[in-house]
Unconditional design. Structure first.
Length: 244
């Protein structure tokens, strides 16, 4: 898709994407405030926190300007998970996934340059983005949070994983992820399945036009393959916030 100047569709502050309910979270007056402060609550998903019209303009700007700079993310099931098994029921499955992405590890990357030019980085680095995550977490979070952009197309998914990083001294005690999920009209379904009491028993749709999900990690979860029209897509704008 040919790039165009859609920066006017990307607000400088995350706050400008919020609905009335979302602004209540930011102000500390919504029942969701502090939801992730309870260790028993690992995940929340809401469809009423974002302004659908503004999010629609943002999604169209992403489609028009970032599709050509996304990198393939493909981690198939390693064949040795079967060929090198030596005991019955001894399966060990690493994280598998398929999508397209922008990593924000270097400002020299084409995807990062395009996201900065579009104003997306400014939005995701805005103070209200962090403040919103803090409102859900019920605690202060560290500056310098991580960013990622994902685009799921038909058949794209993320296999079972727990997002635990025991070798990272800053993340091993847990952290917060905040996801903005923006779906095109052609998406039929995609589901987030997560564990409760040791079983993959919880499921929530992430196929709505403007869904916000927040995670108190680590915990086990996976995302089912996206189903829909050939042009269907779900964009995920992801912030990872360490505890302060």
């Amino acid at each position: 898709m040919k790039p165009n100047d859609s920066s006017h569709n990307i607000p400088a502050e995350f706050e400008d994407l919020l609905s009335r309910a979302g602004r209540q979270v930011l102000a500390g007056t919504h029942p969701l405030c502090g939801a992730l402060a309870d260790p028993r609550t690992r995940f929340v998903a809401r469809e009423d926190l974002l302004d659908r019209a503004r999010v629609g303009r943002l999604r169209r700007a992403l489609e028009a300007n970032l599709c050509d700079v996304l990198e393939p993310l493909e981690r198939p099931i390693p064949p040795e998970t079967i060929s090198e098994m030596r005991r019955d029921y001894g399966e060990l499955l690493p994280k598998t996934s398929r999508a397209r992405t922008i990593y924000f590890e270097s400002r020299r990357e084409p995807g990062v340059k395009a996201a900065e030019k579009l104003g997306l980085v400014r939005l995701m680095r805005s103070s209200s983005f962090k403040a919103f995550a803090e409102a859900l977490a019920g605690r202060k979070l560290a500056a310098g949070w991580g960013l990622q952009v994902l685009r799921y197309g038909p058949g794209d998914y993320a296999g079972p994983h727990n997002d635990h990083h025991p070798e990272n001294k800053d993340a091993k005690g847990g952290y917060i992820d905040l996801h903005l999920s923006l779906c095109t009209p052609g998406v039929a379904h995609q589901w987030l399945v997560y564990s409760r009491a040791g079983h993959f028993s919880e499921i929530v749709s992430v196929a709505r036009p403007s869904t916000m999900t927040a995670y108190r990690l680590p915990f086990w979860h996976y995302t089912t393959p996206l189903a829909g029209k050939p042009t269907a897509a779900r964009w995920v704008l992801l912030g990872t916030f360490l505890y302060r």
